[in-house]
Design a protein around this ligand. Structure first.
Ligand SMILES: [Zn+2]
Length: 129
């Protein structure tokens, strides 16, 4: 029995379970998309012997796929970290200020590491650490 509940989690088990499911669902979704993007990437590379107009489209598509893949990778990473916090029982607390995030935010972006205020700071590059 994993009873590492020395400190009582702020969110109850049922809530955590709900977010865990959301996170895993998104993870599966993203993994599938990543796999698809990779396949598309390979196909684009194979078709590189076409005329110039097609080539331009191909390289644009490739850039798009790369950037998409990048942001999806970031989200996947954040999902993994969030799942870790679910295990620890610290899920739902802002990684910067430690404040409890509201349900609306967690439901919309369950993998977010920060509350709205800190997210804003992070996007401006004002977050330390
Ligand atoms: Zn915060």
């Amino acid at each position: 029995m994993p009873t590492s509940a020395a400190r009582v989690p702020k969110r109850n088990k049922r809530e955590l379970e709900k977010y865990r499911r959301l996170l895993e669902q998104k993870k599966t979704e993203l993994s599938t998309e990543l796999a698809k993007a990779r396949t598309a990437e390979e196909e684009t590379t194979e078709e590189s012997t076409q005329d110039i107009a097609d080539k331009a489209v191909s390289s644009y598509t490739r850039e798009f796929l790369y950037s998409l893949t990048d942001s999806e990778r970031t989200v996947l990473l954040q999902i993994d970290e969030a799942l870790g916090r679910v295990e620890e029982g610290t899920y739902g607390l802002c990684g910067n200020c430690g404040k409890e995030m509201n349900e609306k935010r967690l439901t919309a972006v369950p993998w977010t590491p920060y509350c709205v205020d800190c997210q804003e700071l992070a996007e401006k590059g004002l977050l330390e650490g």
